[in-house]
Design a protein around this ligand. Structure first.
Ligand code: PLP
Length: 384
């Protein structure tokens, strides 16, 4: 499939597939070979080798991922963090400075705060919802701005359009972690972002059985990231590439089900007497609901809520639910439930959590593809 007047679901199934099909295979075969017979390559990076991310299993994913976000190019990586670190090390070099949203995914936050100093890199955090404050943090050596489509676990939505605009006005590379939205709900290159990052471990693969990542966006930057990935060694294994490819084909149907189910659950929770507050961009009560309506095609499968009771009450709900599995991570077919203060955000100082509005009793739910009525009934008995 060459050019794409096609819809996202068609591209998920057909974009990038080998033409002609390999031995007629409808499913993409796994090329479990680290090295390939010499075919006249004149440079190291033209040799076919798994670490150089250029085997048939990589190439099909690159074409499909780029098509999904209507971007020039894409690269798969061995994990979401490989995508994050490789991207940042591609656009920044010693002496450079990064502006980053102040409520980043914990692994990314750790990377820019703990690893940057030894690399000669600096970072300043900005409130993603207050673009008028960003210019004060700008320095001559600032090279990029980094945001996330929705924050974890509070589902805040930064002024994403302003971030892309700010980057253009000041000659920065704009980078967004689009993991929570997936290309079904938001496609950053269409909104002016240079690079979009995914932890494909989550919605893209959707089955909680691999870790993988992706960098999608402008060709020159993606090619530079590919060279950097070859040096850092974070290439995706062909078997994981095969599973990601297979998982992605159902991304559209999964995410639309998760969008619809999460909205119904959020409405149910908002009307429940034991629930003090629900965070979900699809609710009119969400402070940036209008922004979410304008930018997103769906509001996603992630929601967070606080009970009227104490932390023990939150733990009782986690113990009583029968369908959502108590586990970190997100975006798979199984619903997962956690209390971020004890899992994803346990490494953060309690006062920092409080400053960001992450209450100790906050519960985060990654809505899977189980029947919505069953999930609501389960939450109802657990809250009861
Ligand atoms: N970005 C976001 C928003 C995430 O939630 C995660 C993981 O939870 C990552 C990046 C890192 O992805 P991975 O675990 O695949 O390395």
């Amino acid at each position: 499939m060459a050019r794409s007047p096609f819809g996202l679901d068609t591209k998920l199934v057909h974009a990038g597939e080998p033409e002609p099909r390999i031995e007629g295979a409808v499913g993409m075969p796994i090329f479990q070979s680290s090295t390939y017979e010499y075919a006249g390559a004149t440079s190291y990076h033209d040799l076919k080798y798994i670490r150089l991310s250029n085997t048939p299993n990589h190439r099909v994913l690159h074409a499909k991922l780029a098509a999904l976000e209507n971007a020039e190019a894409a690269l798969v990586t061995a994990s979401g963090m490989a995508a994050v670190s490789t991207t940042l090390l591609t656009v920044l070099r010693a002496g450079d400075h990064l502006l980053a949203q102040n409520c980043l995914y914990g692994g990314t936050h750790d990377f820019v705060t703990r690893d940057f100093p030894a690399l000669g890199l600096t970072v300043d955090f900005v409130d993603g919802d207050r673009p008028e404050t960003w210019k004060a943090k700008l320095r001559p050596e600032t090279k990029a701005i980094y945001v996330e489509t929705m924050s974890n676990p509070l589902l805040e939505i930064a002024d994403l359009e302003a971030a892309a605009r700010f980057a253009r006005e000041h000659g920065l590379v704009s980078i967004i972690d689009n993991t929570f939205a997936s290309p079904v709900n938001f496609r950053p290159p269409e909104h002016g972002f240079d690079l979009s990052i995914h932890s494909c471990t989550k919605y893209m693969n959707g089955h909680d059985d691999i870790v993988a990542g992706a960098v999608i966006g402008r060709r020159a930057l993606v090619e530079a990231a590919n060279l950097k990935l070859g040096h850092l060694g974070g290439a995706l294994d062909p078997h994981a590439a095969f599973l990601l490819h297979r998982g992605m084909k159902t991304l559209g149907v999964r995410v639309r089900q998760q969008n619809a189910s999460a909205l119904a659950i959020a409405r149910f929770l908002e009307g429940h007497p034991s629930v003090a507050q629900v965070r979900y961009p699809g609710l009119e009560s969400h402070p940036r609901h209008e922004r979410a309506r304008r930018l997103f095609e769906g509001f996603g499968g992630m929601l967070a809520f606080e009970l009227r009771g104490d932390v023990a009450a939150a733990d009782r709900v986690l113990e009583r639910v029968e369908l959502p599995i108590s586990a970190p991570s997100l975006g798979g077919v199984e619903s997962l439930i956690t209390r971020p203060a004890t899992t994803s955000h346990s490494g953060m100082a309690p006062e920092d959590r409080r400053r960001l509005g992450i209450a100790d009793g906050l519960i985060r739910l990654s809505v899977g593809i189980e029947s919505t009525a069953d999930l609501i009934a389960d939450l109802e008995q657990a809250l009861g």
